[in-house]
Design a protein around this ligand. Sequence first.
Ligand SMILES: Nc1nc2c(ncn2[C@@H]2O[C@H](COP(=O)(O)OP(=O)(O)OP(=O)(O)O)[C@@H](O)[C@H]2O)c(=O)[nH]1
Length: 441
Amino acid sequence: MLESLREGLRGAVDKLLGRSLVDEKAIRDFVRDVQRALLQADVNVKLVLELSKRLEDALRNERPPPGISMKEHAIYVLYNEIVKILGGEDVKPPTPQGGRPLRIMLVGLQGSGKTTTAAKLALYYRDRKFRPGLVAADTYRPGAYDQLRQLAERIGVPFYGDPRERDAIKLARDGSERLVAEGADVIIVDTAGRHKNEAELMEEMREIERVVSPDMTFLVVDATIGQQAERQARAFAETTKVGGLIVTKLDSSAKGGGALTTAAVTGAKVYFTASGEALEDFEEYSPKRFAERLLGMGDLETLVEKFRRLGEEDEERAERLSRGKFTLVDFVEQLESLGKMGPFSKLLEMLPGGSQMKLPKDAVDGMEDKVIKWRAAINSMTPRERENPEIINGQRMRRIARGAGLEERDVRELLKSYEQAKKLAKAFRKSRLRGLPKLDA
Ligand SMILES: Nc1nc2c(ncn2[C@@H]2O[C@H](COP(=O)(O)OP(=O)(O)OP(=O)(O)O)[C@@H](O)[C@H]2O)c(=O)[nH]1
């Protein structure tokens, strides 16, 4: 599966991971290596340039969230960009709805693997407990009928075809009706991939589409044609309502990137990929999973999860903060994460109203040290004390300070700042201003 693209991207990532520092040169090299890998896989130049620009911008201008290293950030940004050009969100293959049979029509040029794909698709639905049926409506290629009939027999699904019938439109209509009458709930119509000329082929596709009224027309494209897939997709989309793509022969092409990213250009999403002649070599396509495999990182999944959790935690905390309901731990964590984004003095200027906060200079300057002390204090508290700081009396305060190697006044200061922050958050809320509490330390 796209070994060279995999190796190219992997190489770019490994090189980045091997560096001691993510500096200007590292970013430049990383972007260039990624570009080269994508272009070799025949990804559209425009897409590659857009991706590189976003990658470069993100690496230069975005700071990684707290707890994420610069390198992890770079890999995550790359992963996201690759997912984007591979199609973005996953799509769900269609299924019969409301007791109505699902009608699928396959279109595509001869040699794209359409007939094999028809059988693979039938097997896919059969394995999911549907009752698929296959219709042979390719009257142009000799052998297409026998090929599909044999495949249908092999997987044991109903088949309709007539080698003597020359009218593909009649075959498609009669076949769909007959199979539905026999109880099939997923009808798959295989069509011709060639005619005397392209116009005739397109006319036939239009007519078949009219009589079958498919819920989904899949265009089958061969990955080895790379970016040419785009031209084919456009040509078919002008005549039929191409609703999705099936990309075949990913096993025998280094150019698969071109076909897979066609979706980003034409708007038709890839639903399935095939990577071998065997009927089992067929799977639902997921841009995310595909990108994970391409980047080949065992720990990419962990990284993705880490980002997801960070997002959730941030949202939860922001929500609690805005309600003035944050805990002592939230308070310190918020300060910690702010601290990782840069010096506090700079940060406060960026906050709403921050520039008007007349904070004593030394209070801000000492903030980083304070946060470290406060974290130690929190670690030295019991869970109950953390949840209900109001129970912290003199005796508890002494114990906490001793346990954290601090002075009692450090703990007192933490509690006081926390209380003030809470009051401020409530005041902010009342004045309908959402923002971070003022740190009057
Ligand atoms: N390696 C590889 N070969 C494939 C794949 N899918 C199909 N093929 C082969 O490609 C060749 C053409 O496939 P067919 O299924 O005959 O497709 P077709 O020529 O588009 O069919 P028509 O349009 O009906 O004429 C056959 O030899 C298939 O075995 C795939 O995913 N990988």
